[in-house]
Design a protein around this ligand. Structure first.
Ligand SMILES: C[S@@+](CC[C@H](N)C(=O)[O-])C[C@H]1O[C@@H](n2cnc3c(N)ncnc32)[C@H](O)[C@@H]1O
Length: 335
């Protein structure tokens, strides 16, 4: 058996640290004005399960678009990646369902690679490794439970194999444009000249289509957001009353992002035992939970140029809702 499951630090130390980071981020986020919680904390075991349900929703077009792109263009992607041995590193891999389309094809055409999924959610990594072991028993895998940047640091200390990095499913959309620049530049720093990066960008489109994707009729996206408060109750001893917060998501035409919030329905005070702190909410006061930025092709070209990459190919779905953009690291082009 070739599947390995790796954490970057001794497990108990890592768990205690991430628990403390969660507590600190909640303290900072609920103390500032306007209040905010980071979307990276959506993904505990329950949140991960809810996100898998979101990906199956008819309104959530992103998953189907990326499946279509990979089915239609896997051969072209494999050709452009090239045949010498590489690490296939996936940042925020989630359940890796779409990646399986690529892995199957890469193995089929005889590419030699090690798959390295990196995800902050331990349950996601465990489930992904089990599924891959089942589907591809001969695949060499090393899964990492870690934050993107910790994973990148690990990556840059690795033996200098060629790297192909996947950053799929609009994960990049959770960064503002300036954060995306910093992120991509850090990635560039961790990589070598000629390494490849395949990034999923959700494109700007009819605002009704965008709005429906984040306001599904079954209320699963609302549950996914509310689970963040449930997680605070569970892990930090909070007493959020989930019936007193309502999910709201709308497109901001100026930032070009779907912006999601949990809105307090009344004047209320919430205590969080582990922080030894209470937080008061005005009626209709929002907690910002997520921004999902949408792109124009011109934004993507600019972003690649600014951060030291050369665009090799842009793969669109048939409706041009989504693009997977294949870039190559150019060390001589650094800005
Ligand atoms: C929206 S899901 C997308 C999953 C997958 N990329 C896809 O396209 O289906 C985001 C994934 O990224 C992970 N994630 C979010 N923020 C992260 C961070 N800062 N570091 C590492 N993983 C993160 C989550 O745990 C989750 O599995």
């Amino acid at each position: 058996m070739t599947v390995q499951y790796k954490v970057l630090k001794p497990h108990d130390v890592q768990a205690a640290q991430s628990h403390q980071e969660f507590a600190l981020d909640v303290l900072l986020g609920l103390s500032k004005s306007p209040k905010a919680l980071s979307c990276k904390y959506f993904y505990d075991a329950e949140g991960n399960g809810l996100f898998q349900k979101i990906m199956e929703l008819p309104e959530y077009y992103l998953t189907e678009c990326e499946f279509e792109i990979f089915r239609d263009h896997r051969a072209g992607i494999a050709e452009l990646i090239g045949s010498s041995r590489f690490n296939l590193v996936e940042l925020g891999a989630g359940d890796g369902q779409k990646t399986r389309v690529l892995i199957e094809h890469f193995l089929g055409v005889g590419l030699v690679f090690r798959y390295v999924p990196i995800d902050i959610c331990e349950e996601a990594v465990e489930e992904l490794l089990q599924a891959l072991e089942h589907y591809f028993p001969a695949l060499q895998i090393e899964g990492l439970v870690s934050e993107y940047f910790v994973g990148l640091k690990w990556l840059s200390n690795q033996v200098r194999d060629r790297n192909v990095v996947l950053f799929l499913g609009s994960n990049i959309g959770n960064f503002s444009h300036s954060e995306a620049r910093v992120f991509l530049y850090s990635l560039w720093n961790a990589l070598n000249d000629g390494d490849c990066v395949l990034i999923g960008f959700d494109l700007k489109k009819d605002i009704r289509k965008l709005t429906m994707a984040y306001n599904d009729s079954q209320g699963i996206t609302a549950e996914f957001n509310l689970n963040l408060l449930r997680r605070i109750n569970r892990e930090l001893g909070g007493n959020f009353d989930l019936d007193q917060f309502k999910y709201y998501s709308a497109y901001n035409v100026y930032s070009g992002a779907m912006e999601s919030f949990l809105i307090s329905l009344k004047q209320q005070t919430v205590c969080i035992d582990m922080l030894n702190q209470s937080f008061s909410f005005d009626p209709w006061e929002p907690i910002h939970t997520e921004s999902s930025h949408k792109y124009l092709t011109s934004d993507i070209i600019e972003l690649a140029e600014e951060t030291g990459y050369e665009i090799t190919e842009q793969y669109y779905d048939s409706r041009r809702y989504f693009v997977d953009s294949l870039w190559q690291v150019r060390k001589s082009k650094a800005t």
